[in-house]
Write a protein that binds this ligand. Sequence first.
Ligand SMILES: CC(C)(COP(=O)(O)OP(=O)(O)OC[C@H]1O[C@@H](n2cnc3c(N)ncnc32)[C@H](O)[C@@H]1OP(=O)(O)O)[C@@H](O)C(=O)NCCC(=O)NCCS
Length: 181
Amino acid sequence: MQHFLPNGKQLVIRRPQIADAAACLQCFQQLTQETDFLLYTPAEAKMFDLKKEESFIQSYLQHPDHLFLIADVEGEVVGSVSLNQGNFAKQHHRALLGIGVLHRYWNMGIGRRLLTAAIRWAEAHPKIAIIHFEVMATNERAIQLYRNFNFTEHGRIPNGIVQPNGQRTDLIAMSRQIKSL
Ligand SMILES: CC(C)(COP(=O)(O)OP(=O)(O)OC[C@H]1O[C@@H](n2cnc3c(N)ncnc32)[C@H](O)[C@@H]1OP(=O)(O)O)[C@@H](O)C(=O)NCCC(=O)NCCS
């Protein structure tokens, strides 16, 4: 899918190939340095190397029930979205969402476009009917994005996150049923 950003640059939302591993790894490691809202710490992200990133991309390319898409702005990977179907048969109707965009590309509609593409894929999937995730209660921008797509909040895990500096944050469970079960 091709789009134009407000700065005139071209955005393509697509599945990564193995050749994109270095750019995907760079984006992932940079994201963990720019935001505390992801689960990975920068130290954990540094443990990924090119070989692991290639295996990570390959696992999605081989798996029809998981989705990994990247936001490619004129050759630079600036964000991604993932959907992972539940591992157990009783969870096969659910997919766990992960999303991130590099800070200098925030507020250009990339998150909205990644989420739109992920929802479309899930709508066409034979089993997945619910997209769910947990978001840190302080992550107002992400919560706004999810509300825009009619995701609803179902509860809170108090102190669900302890940041490396010891700061505690509640987690909010959100989901949306995207088709009937
Ligand atoms: C959440 C994230 C993916 C959004 O990406 P993005 O490309 O900036 O998203 P968009 O530009 O499509 O939309 C952002 C929305 O947030 C809104 N927003 C911007 N600043 C905001 C703020 N301070 N408070 C609340 N909402 C805000 C925008 O207005 C926009 O909503 P609108 O379309 O109704 O105006 C991005 O900020 C990110 O990667 N954050 C760090 C990682 C992260 O938090 N991932 C999610 C973990 S659950």
